[in-house]
Design a protein around this ligand. Structure first.
Ligand SMILES: Nc1ncnc2c1ncn2[C@@H]1O[C@H](COP(=O)(O)OP(=O)(O)OP(=O)(O)O)[C@@H](O)[C@H]1O
Length: 250
C-alpha cells in the first residue's frame, strides 16, 4: 500500500479488567479499500473497531487517521469521531424521530449544517439507498433491512472519511441480508473506505481488498481475500475456514 493511509493502527493493546483483548494489533487501511475483519466470536473484531473510532481507550500503541495521531492526548477526540461513520448490528435509530430527523440530527447538531442542506443531502442518500419514500416514516414502520439501510444513510450523512461496519447484517432475517450487502457493494464501487467486522464469509471474500483473521485478539493472518480464503498460510486460519465451510457458510 502506498500514499497516505486513511487509518493506521500500530501495536495496539487493549485490556478489559486485566484480560488482554487486543494484543499488538497492527492495521493499515488505504484509501478506497475495504478491509474485512474475520474470526470467531470473541476474537476482538468489535473491540478493534471501537478502538479505531476512539470509543474505547487503548492501553498501548497508537492510531493515526489521515496521518494525524489521534491517540495523542492533545487531539480533540470528538472531532476525530466526527470523521468516522459507524454502523452497528443494532440499528439504534431513535424511535420517536422520523427517518429524516434521525439522519439529519448529527449533521445539524454536531456539524452545524443548515437544515435545508442537511435534508437535501439526506433525501439524496435515502434515494440512492432505495429508501426514497421513507423519509417521513418512523423507524418501527420499516423492516429490519430498511432500518439498517437508514442507519447506513445516517452514518454517511456526515460525509465520513472512513466507515466502520460492525456485524451490520447479524440481527437481520436472512432474506433481508442481501439488500444491506448490496448497499455495501455500491459504497465500495463509489470508493468509500470501509472496515467491516463480519461473519458473512462469502461476502468478505467477494468485497474485501484486505482480510484480517483475528484469534484471541491477535491478527494471525492478513492478506488479500484471494490469499486468505484461497491459500491460508496459518494452520489456525485453515481450521477456522474449514469449520465455516463445514457449517455451509462459505
Ligand atoms: N466492555 C467490555 N468489558 C469486558 N470485556 C469485554 C468488553 N467488550 C468486549 N469484551 C471482551 O473482549 C473479547 C472480544 O470481544 P469482541 O466483542 O471484540 O469480539 P468479536 O470478535 O467482535 O465477537 P463477535 O463476533 O461475537 O461480535 C471478548 O472476550 C469479550 O468478552
Amino acid at each position: 500500500m502506498s500514499g497516505t493511509l486513511v487509518l493506521r493502527m500500530e501495536s495496539v493493546r487493549k485490556t478489559f479488567g486485566g484480560s488482554v483483548v487486543l494484543r499488538d494489533v497492527d492495521l493499515e487501511v488505504a484509501p478506497h479499500t475495504v478491509t474485512a475483519l474475520i474470526g470467531a466470536s470473541g476474537s476482538g473484531k468489535s473491540t478493534l473497531l471501537r478502538c479505531a473510532n476512539l470509543l474505547e481507550e487503548i492501553d498501548d500503541g497508537a492510531i493515526w487517521l489521515d496521518d494525524e495521531e489521534v491517540t495523542d492526548p492533545r487531539v480533540d477526540q470528538d472531532a476525530v469521531r466526527r470523521r468516522i461513520g459507524v454502523v452497528f448490528q443494532a440499528y439504534n435509530l431513535f424511535p420517536h424521530m422520523t427517518v429524516l430527523e434521525n439522519i439529519t440530527l448529527a449533521p445539524r447538531r454536531v456539524h452545524g449544517v443548515a437544515r435545508a442542506e442537511a435534508e437535501a443531502r439526506a433525501r439524496e442518500l435515502l434515494e440512492r439507498l432505495g429508501l426514497g419514500g421513507k423519509a417521513g416514516e418512523y423507524p418501527d414502520r420499516l423492516s429490519g433491512g430498511q432500518q439498517q439501510r437508514a442507519a447506513i444513510v445516517r452514518a454517511l450523512a456526515v460525509r465520513p472519511r472512513l466507515l466502520l461496519l460492525d456485524e451490520i447484517t447479524a440481527a437481520l432475517d436472512p432474506e433481508l441480508v442481501g439488500e444491506v450487502l448490496t448497499v455495501v457493494r455500491d459504497l465500495k464501487d463509489e470508493g468509500m473506505t470501509m472496515v467491516l467486522a463480519t461473519h458473512e464469509m462469502g461476502f468478505a471474500r467477494e468485497v474485501a481488498d484486505q482480510v484480517c483473521f483475528l484469534e484471541g485478539g491477535v491478527v494471525l493472518e492478513r492478506g488479500t481475500a484471494e490469499q486468505v480464503f484461497g491459500d491460508p498460510r496459518q494452520e489456525r486460519t485453515r481450521r477456522f475456514l474449514r469449520r465455516i465451510v463445514e457449517a455451509g457458510r462459505l
